[in-house]
Design a protein around this ligand. Structure first.
Ligand SMILES: [Cu+2]
Length: 131
């Protein structure tokens, strides 16, 4: 999914000390849309995120897969996900910064069945989180 956002910001006052050239000039990479650019500036970004979900919980306690299999024929066991995100920012003026982002997500899931077997499913693609 490709989307564009337009940020219109008020001109920074001359007394502002903020500058993108400082190490603390940007929020952590996972925080998007935290800053603007000066006229004519481009910024390209690549973000990678890995997340793995596994195990079952009941409330705040671990639960064995046999609990789930006593009520259902299949239980999820793990689901690792890889996400790649590309971003572009451009400022046509000091008051407007354009931003576009696209992502590619790949994930798989290992499931166990009531017969004691396991199997995997997977999905991947551009845009929204696929499950
Ligand atoms: Cu930027």
């Amino acid at each position: 999914m490709l989307f564009m956002a337009i940020s219109i910001v008020q001109a920074q006052e001359e007394t502002t000390k903020w500058t993108s050239g400082r190490p603390d000039g940007h929020a952590p990479i996972s925080v998007m849309g935290d800053h603007t650019h000066s006229k004519g500036e481009w910024m390209f970004s690549y973000r990678y995120m890995y997340m793995n979900m596994e195990d079952l919980n009941r409330g705040s306690s671990d639960a064995p897969y046999s609990d789930a299999l006593s009520q259902y024929m299949i239980t999820p066991k793990s689901m690792p996900m890889n996400m790649h995100m590309l971003g572009i920012m451009y400022a046509p003026s000091n008051k407007i910064t354009l931003m576009a982002m696209a992502n590619y997500t790949a994930q798989e899931m290992t499931l166990g069945n009531i017969m004691g077997g396991e199997f995997n499913t997977e999905s991947s693609g551009f845009g929204a989180l696929l499950q």
